[in-house]
Structures are given as C-alpha cells and as structure tokens.
Design a protein around this ligand. Structure first.
Ligand code: FUC
Length: 797
C-alpha cells in the first residue's frame, strides 16, 4: 500500500500544486541589494529587477558590452626565449629562481572587464504604503512580477525578456482607471547621453577602452579612447493603452492611466573578438531600432506567449521530483533558505535550486561565441570582482557542467564557439610564450579571447598568473559535447581541429624528468603553494599533478575523436606513446593524491582549489570501479580539505563526492552550497560560500559558477555516464529515497527517465535520438542496450 501511494505520488504532475514551490521564487519585500533582486535574461540582454514600490530599480546588461578592444597576442613576443632558463632552474631544483624567472618573463597583460550598461528606474507616482506586497520569479515561464495594493488599488508589474523578439517587456497596470502614473529614468556608470522624443527615451554611451581589474591599484583604472571604445544604445518606448504621455528632457512617463507596456531594446557595436568596436563596429543604432520596430508590431499577449513557448522549449526538457512537502514550502524564498540552513527539510527548495541553475543557463548563454561570464550576464559594478571576466582555471568550465546532462546542449555552443576565437590568439601565445605549436590559454580570458598568462608582466603571483592549461581544460568540453550529442559532423568540421591543436600544445611542452617520465615544465597547480623539504614556499615546479591530469584526459579524448573520424593514425600513436610515459599519479605518505611532483606539504591544506582531482571530476580517468586506489586517495584529499570552502569550490566538491559514489556526503555538500548568506552592500571576499536570498551563488562575493556546479551535481547523484556506460542512481542520498527525473542526458547519446521508490529503481526508460549502444549498470547488475535512431526501451532490473 505504501509503495502504491508513493508511485501515485510520483505520477502526480507538479502543476496541480498552486504554489509551485519547486519553480517559483517569491519575496514579501522589495530588494535592497543585488543579492536579493531577481534576474531575467534572454542570453544577451540581462535585467536585475528590485521590485521597489515607489521606485523600481532595474539593472540592465548586454552580454557583449565589455571594456577593451581586440587583444594584441604578441604583447610579449620574445617571452619564449626565457623558457630554457626557467626549465634549467627547475632541473636544478632551484624553485626560488624558477618562481622569479617565471614571474618576470612569462607574463602578459590582464584581461578586460565586463561592463555594467546602466540602471532604469520606474518612479511610481504614488506613496510608499502597501499591503499584500509580493515579488516573484516563475522559473517555468521566465516571467517576474511585482504586485501590491495601495488605497484599494492593486498595482502589478510584469517583466520578461523575449529571445524571439530580442526586447525586454514590462507591463504595468492598476486595477482602477486613472491610477497608473509613472516616469522612466536612466543612469549609468558609463559615459552616456539621454534623449527623449515623443514616447521614447534613448541612452547612448560607451564602455571603457581599457579597464583595470578591481584588485589592481591604478591612478587611471578606466580609460575611454574614442578610437577603441565599444558603443551601446538603449531605447525604451512606452506603449500605453490609456493615460497621458508625459516627457522631460531626460524622462518619459504616463499620467492617469490604467495600463502601459514599456519595451526596451538594447544593442552594442561589438562585431566579433577581432574587430575594433569603435572603428569597425556594428551599427548599434540600426540594430536597437530594428528590434524595437519589429516587436512593436506584435501584441503584448503574443510576445508573452512566444516568450513562454521559447523558454519552455528548453526548461521543460528536464523535470525532477522529490517526495515530501515541507510546511516551509509556502514561505517566501529567503525565509525558506534561512530555515533550510538551520537544518529544515525542504525537498522543493532543493529542486528549486536545481531548476534555478537550468533557468540561469537559458537566461545567460544564448549569444554566439559569448559564453556566460563570472556573473553570467548580470553585473552592475564598474569594477566588478575579478573583472566579471572568464576565469578559466575552473569558473568558466563550471558554468557549463550542467549544459549537456541537463539536456541544454545548444546552450553549450556559446562556449564551444568561443574556443574557435581562443584558439586563434592561443596559437600566438603558444608560440611566443612557449615556443610550442597548437594553441593554449592561461588563467583568464575575455570577450577578446585573450589567451596570454596574466600578471601584468611580472606583478602577479605565478601561483595563478602563470598557469597555462586553460586551453587544455576548455578543450575537454569539445569532446564532452560530442560524447553527449554524437554529432560526428560537428566533430569533424569543428571540434576535432580544436582538440588536436590543444593537445599539440601539450605534447610540445612536455619534457623528460630525467627518469624517463614526461612532465610539464614550468608548471603550477592552480592557486596553491607548496612547501619544499627545505621550507621554500613557492608555486613554480615541474610536473604538477593537475597539468598531467588534464593532459591525460585531453589526449585520451583527442585519440577517441581521431578514431571516431578515422583520421591521423600517426598522431594518435604519438599521443598514446606520450600518455604511456606521463609521470604517474602518486599517493602521498599520508594517503592523499599528491598534488606536487614530490611529496611536499601544502601551505594551505584546505585550499579551495583541487585541480589535481580533475581526473575524478570533471574528468573520467579516476573512478571507484576502475582505479579504486586513486579514488581512495582523492577521498583522503577531500577529507583533509573538509567541506567548508567558497561557493564554487563547494559546487566542485559536491560533484567529486558524487563521483566517489557517496550519496549522503554529496547531499550534505549540496546543502552546504545552499547555505544562506546574507546580502551585503559591499563586496566581501571572506567567509564561507553559499546562496544569497535570490539563490545566486555566494563565493562570496556573487559568482554564478557555484549555481551551475550545484545543478550539475544533482544529476551526477542520479545518473553517471562514460562513453560506453551509464550508471543509474550511483549516489542516491537517503534523503532522496523517493523521486523521479525525466529528460536527463547521458554520454553515448542517450536520454533517460527514472523513477525510484524507497531508494530502489522502479522504472527506467532509455531513448536515443541518433541511435547507439551502451551498457547500463544499476546496483551491480548490467544490461547491454542497443537502440536504433529515435528508439527507446524500458529496462527491467
Ligand atoms: C579564481 C578563484 C577565486 C575566484 C576567482 C574568480 O581565481 O581562486 O576563488 O573564484 O577565480
């Protein structure tokens, strides 16, 4: 009977629950801080809505609005001449000298910064007193709303950003005729000019031609060279059913109406990573006007319907249900989060966080060749933390961890397309810094696809500035995309060439360690500091485990890609010979996976980075079933590091524990990732990671990667896959004993629907759009599955 009721439960569509606490965020007060506000996006335009009563503040962004102009990859054209000296210092175990040479000679400029476009204010012509205030975001429609009552009148604002029409829509209404009065105003931290004409206001402005990172002291951190600066235009038009349009030099508004629609159109002059946005930019005026004109011809109801349809074509592909409804589920999201942090159960909140990650990817990753950055597309600061750039020693990659498994493969394309740009500047960096072929990228990149090591020619610590495996790591995304999609044509025409170039660079920089092993030299392990046996604390060494882990994964993938395409037999052979000679993984005296070539101590054994565990996750060459000793060493490393760390680092550890098949520890980490962090007006860099009231990841400060890491981890608990094997419920936590998931993608080109009851699979459906063969494993049993294109099958265990 109990089982029957549970089964009945998993079949009940979530739709009958009025509150939809697994896909609606709501609050009973307006947002004061960014970390409380609700974000909207169509993958290009971003908006952060505060829902204020008298004045609604909306931060606006555009994904391509960056400081800077095309990078000169030849910025340190003779750097490679110093490479032999660094290698020689390392050969002589002179780490101090190696650090100083690495720093002095093998660095380039910092990245440029993602720019805040501006803020739109809707100043309402009424008082501040309200009752029944509610502001919400429905993740299933990507529509946000603010409603409240005042003096017997109900006021409503509804906001969304249309992908099909490329404009933002805000509909304002009052329940009584004549009660709606408001005016629109705009300001920006960037130089801009506001004009009004009839019922339209326009703000045209420009981004800095150069912005210094927020951590670099400078007398002139923001420069505006008219020959280099990117331009932007924002148009806002009020379309009112009634009421009188009122206008000043800098505002437009409505007086005495009942209903009005504001249409916002934004464009920039960005014209590709290698085009000067000032002198050879796109015509942002024509673009913004064109989008506005086209959208205006369509009724609000039709714009809204088309928006929902478009959004749901992604959002509805996956559905997760977990049994149990907490009495907290009907509370405002910030309150639920606080109670959750105190230990309360709230399965719908766990689903909400998962859904929010999928929502964020749909909202931030739809602009060709422009991936979601450190803050997705939402940034209101002129010098945002870490330039809101692409930090590629973990952060950008983490943004895309859920892309394939969550059935959002198309949203991976902005990153994959960007790699084509990066490989171009990266070929110059490979030659000029390392005298190597192929292409590489270092610690950071930006919309201009800069690939050089950063640090500003000797300022940065080599521990982060000189790391050069960014291209290798990013290139693994190409194979992952193929492995999920099995799109051989894409692999042939696009992916393989980039994989080959990234592996070529690695092949060229490997050197013999004097004992017949191949190692990288010089090398660093992202952001960590070793202590040698003589007590020297440094960063530059030979053969960091992380480098070799990434190279192992990349070489194996490149070989697999070449085999799939039946190409380059000789190159395959070269790669496999090198693979066989790489310095093997070492297990330290204390039993953890050794991070350094030698068994050295760490300056900070609990450090947030754990790049040497790459082979366990996101890589695949360490696993509990195939390399149990290495997996046990990874576990020991994680035990030493502990669970308390920054947001993205928690996101990573959650996935690592899932790969170690420890469901309850994974679940514990997932809860840690969702730990309430209070919003603060200033940027805090200390304190543990978690989730802000708006569910955005707190590093702190806000950084979006942890959201995506958490979303990926949810599916990693339910399905794990390799090219030819899928494991079902590999790390199911006790807390999730009953549930179902639909639409999960697995490597090999498969899609799965699972239902489980009392911790046991009760139903498994597997399908394959292109057809394929795999082994499905559950609970120690396995079945070979072969499906024709569009074929599907129900598995019985
Ligand atoms: C790396 C991390 C930091 C931060 C920054 C954006 O440098 O070590 O924690 O996430 O990227």
């Amino acid at each position: 009977m109990k089982n029957y009721l549970l089964l009945l439960w998993v079949m009940v569509p979530a739709i009958i629950w009025a509150q939809a606490p697994d896909r609606t965020m709501y609050y009973s007060q307006a947002a004061n801080h960014f970390e409380e506000a609700l974000v909207l996006g169509n993958g290009r335009i971003g908006a952060t809505v505060h829902g204020g009563v008298q004045s609604d503040k909306i931060f606006l962004n555009e994904a391509t609005l960056w400081a800077g102009s095309p990078v000169d990859p030849y910025m340190n054209a003779e750097a490679y001449k110093h490479l032999p000296a660094v290698r020689e210092a390392l050969r002589q175990e002179n780490y101090r000298l190696a650090d100083s040479l690495n720093r002095r000679h093998l660095q380039g400029k910092y990245s440029e910064s993602y720019a805040p476009l501006g803020t739109m204010y809707i100043e309402m012509g009424h008082g501040a007193e309200t009752s029944n205030y509610r502001r919400q975001l429905d993740l299933s429609t990507a529509i946000s709303s603010t409603t409240y009552q005042q003096a017997g009148v109900t006021y409503t604002r509804e906001y969304f950003i249309s992908y099909p029409q490329q404009v933002m829509l805000i509909k304002l209404s009052a329940s009584q005729t004549g009660k709606l009065s408001f005016k629109l105003r705009f300001n920006s931290l960037l130089p801009n000019q506001v004009k009004t004409e009839a019922n339209v206001f326009s703000a045209s402005g420009k981004a800095p031609s150069h912005a210094e990172p927020n951590y670099r002291r400078s007398d002139n951190p923001l420069q505006y060279d008219p020959q280099k600066s990117m331009r932007f235009l924002t148009l806002a038009k009020i379309i009112a059913a009634d009421g009188k349009v009122v206008r000043t030099d800098s505002t437009i508004g409505i007086q005495g109406g009942r209903e009005a629609v504001i249409m916002v159109s934004i464009a920039t002059s960005f014209n590709g990573f290698d085009q000067n946005p000032a002198t050879n930019g796109k015509n942002e005026v024509a673009l913004a006007n064109d989008w506005l004109k086209k959208a205006e011809k369509i009724s609000y109801a039709n714009l809204r319907a088309a928006h929902i349809k478009d959004h749901q074509s992604f959002f509805n592909r996956v559905a997760l249900q977990l049994a149990g409804r907490s009495s907290n589920a009907s509370l405002p999201t910030d309150e639920r989060l606080k109670r959750f942090a105190e230990g309360a159960k709230d399965p719908d909140l766990e689903i909400l966080y998962f859904n929010f990650g999928r929502y964020l990817l749909i909202a931030s990753s739809r602009t060709p060749n422009v991936p979601a950055n450190l803050q997705g597309i939402w940034n209101h600061q002129i010098r945002p933390p870490w330039s809101s750039n692409y930090t590629i020693n973990i952060n950008t990659e983490m943004n895309y961890w859920p892309a394939e498994s969550c059935n959002l493969s198309e949203l991976h394309q902005p990153l994959l397309g960007f790699l084509g740009n990066l490989a171009k500047t990266g070929a110059v960096t490979a030659k000029t810094f390392y005298n190597a072929g192929g292409w590489c990228a270092a610690h950071n990149t930006d919309i201009w696809a800069m690939s050089n090591p950063v640090g500003h020619f000797g300022e940065g610590s080599p521990s982060w500035a000189n790391w050069n495996m960014g291209g290798a790591w990013l290139a693994t995304h190409l194979w992952e995309h193929f492995d999920y999609s099995r799109d051989t044509i894409w692999l042939k025409n696009y992916g393989y060439g980039l994989l080959k170039g990234a592996s070529q660079f690695c092949l060229d920089i490997l050197v013999d360690d004097g004992k017949g092993n191949l190692v990288t030299s010089p090398s660093t392990s992202p952001e960590n500091i070793f202590i040698t046996t003589t007590g020297y604390k440094g960063a530059t060494l030979y053969g960091a485990t992380a480098d070799l882990g990434m190279i192992r994964e990349l070489f194996a993938q490149t070989i697999a890609a070449a085999k799939t395409l039946n190409l380059d037999a000789d190159y395959q052979q070269k790669l496999s010979t090198a693979l066989g000679k790489l310095y093997p993984y070492q297990i330290s005296k204390k039993g953890h996976l050794q991070e350094w070539y030698h068994d050295w101590a760490d300056e900070d054994p609990k450090h947030r980075h754990q790049s040497h565990l790459f082979g366990l996750y996101p890589g695949h060459h360490i696993s509990v079933d195939q390399t149990p000793e290495l997996a046990a060493a990874c576990k020991q490393t994680l035990e030493v590091k502990g669970d308390e760390t920054t947001g993205w680092s928690k996101g990573w550890r959650t996935n690592l524990w899932a790969r170690l098949r420890d469901g309850n520890r994974t679940y514990k980490m997932y809860r840690e990732l969702m730990r309430y962090v209070s919003p603060t007006p200033d940027t805090r860099y200390n304190g543990g990671g978690g989730a802000y009231p708006n569910l955005m990841d707190a590093h702190p400060p806000f950084q979006i990667d942890g959201n995506f890491g958490g979303t990926a981890a949810v599916l990693e608990m339910l399905v794990q896959s390799r090219s030819n094997e899928i494991t079902l419920l590999p790390a199911l936590p006790d807390a999730w004993a009953n549930g179902s998931v639909r639409g999960v993608c697995a490597r090999g080109g498969f899609v799965l629907n699972l239902t489980w009851v009392n911790g046991k699979l009760s139903k498994t459906e597997i399908s394959s759009p292109r057809g394929g063969q795999t082994k499905v494993v559950y609970n120690g049993k396995s079945q070979d599955v072969r499906l024709a294109a569009k074929g599907s099958k129900v598995l019985v265990w």
